[in-house]
Write a new protein. Sequence first.
Length: 584
Amino acid sequence: MNKVVSIEIAGQVFWIDEEAYDVLQAYLKKIRLQLVDDECGSDIFKDIELRIAELLYALSSDEKKAIVAEQLNEVIEQVGFIDSEDIDAEFPRKSYLDPQNKILGGVCAGLAIRLGVSAFILRLVFIGLTALFGLGIALYLIFWISLDTNSNRNAALAAQGKARTAKQIAAFEAPKENSLVQLQRIIFLPVSIVGTLLTVIGNHFRNRSKGYLFVFKNIFVFALLFVTFFLCLGLYEFNQSRLFFWPISWGLSAATIYLIVLGLTIYVREYYLTRSNFKVKKILKVGAFIPIAIIVSVVVFLNNTQSEYQKKLVEKNFTLSQRQLQLKFNEQNPLDKYAEQVLYHVKTNTSENNQIILHIDYSSYGYTTVKAKENIHTMDYFFTFDNNTLELDKYWSLKEGALNRGQYINVTIEIPQNIIVTSSWPLTINRDDRPYHYSVREQYTRGGVDFSSGRYLSNDQYFHEYDEDFRNKLSDNERNVLMDKFCEEFFISESWGCWSNIQRLVSENSRFDRAFEQDIEIIEQVRKYLLPDRSLFVSNLIEMNDLVKGVSIEYPVMSEFQKHIEHLLSIKSTSEKNIKPGSG
């Protein structure tokens, strides 16, 4: 039975038996005596130790066995002594970064030593390859990341293909800087500047790595806690989502919590506890694969449950006793049930009758087409119509025992012309739709103004605000349509470019339709009326109408923009008592 000791050489820890330890001590003692008169003896000794550590590392791949004296003697034979005979054999050259002759990272200078060519030629090659879809930059970065730096005598000898013996290490003289490097740094000046900046930044972070590591690990742990908090909220939502029956949902939640706790424990133990009093058992780490497999399986399963998609459209017709409709949205959330919000839209039709059409669009996913259709029938949604009042639930819910499989409900309310609509939620125009549709939104606040219930008049394809506040003033919906008409008339661009067209001077806008070049001053005056930081009144509409009439291009019919201005003027002058079937 041999005694085994632990030693540290060049920052590496090795296990060797007692006999090998004595051999190594005697060897290193002799090397020190041979270097006692050398002014660089300390640096040379460190490089010899580094070479020994490299060879010992190659021997210690089997962690269960210590290095024995016989193996150590082989290592000593390879390294030799300062006074040993030279080894004439050549070895394969290795590639390193050359920090002495570098311009950016030392890649070209290092490869030049390896290949025996001029570094200048390699630099030209990399620049040439950069023109080929950036290939030169990609290759340079790969070499820069992959290669070690030529920072000691061992690396320098390996780069030159020389034996890394104690004698060669002691006799090695660092090569002088290439006399042409300064000239090349001037030729490749932009690259040299980048290289200098990267060196300064790299040295800064290297010198302060502990401080940055401390800051980073604390930021990271706060980020982990932040993510953990939202994961816990997500677990609550997951258990309310009715994706699975409660035993499965709870099991998945437990698996997720296990992974969260395990991850936080390992991180805190590794980076915060210098002397940990506990260890995370290997079985707990290996056991993490079980919840991971469960979660992955569930994700795959859910993806399969949504492989088929089906829709069902239901239409309901209601007749108004007078030309008024009240839309009332019931905001009560069903208790102890899965509930999702219904998406509501409102649009007009060309009819002049008193018929309201309710389009209810049910949709769902499922394993198969049949299953998707069955899932549609698991949805509960309620509405009533009585005394010119259409009351609709804000939410739809799943029937008892049903599961969430991507069910949705979209409701469109189609209203005929010249109906006064009172809605408990405001209507907001969808400018991307032609003809225009309106979304029904909950009460909201914008710019300090509360938007809640509203009163509207259906006319043409629009719903005009019909409160006294808007009798002499345009609402947001109305001015948005007017802006669209203006942009479509005088600019060549898509609808989403309208906002920038309104805010820029016409003379400086490349989207301006040059067919109206002679009328640029008139169009600029109109644009100023539509700026978002000013209100738009009926008197402004009259002035805009007069300006547009002065446009030099003669239309065979009235322009869409002018037609809409006159449409707005007509609406603003209409009183409620004058609204009749067929008026528009």
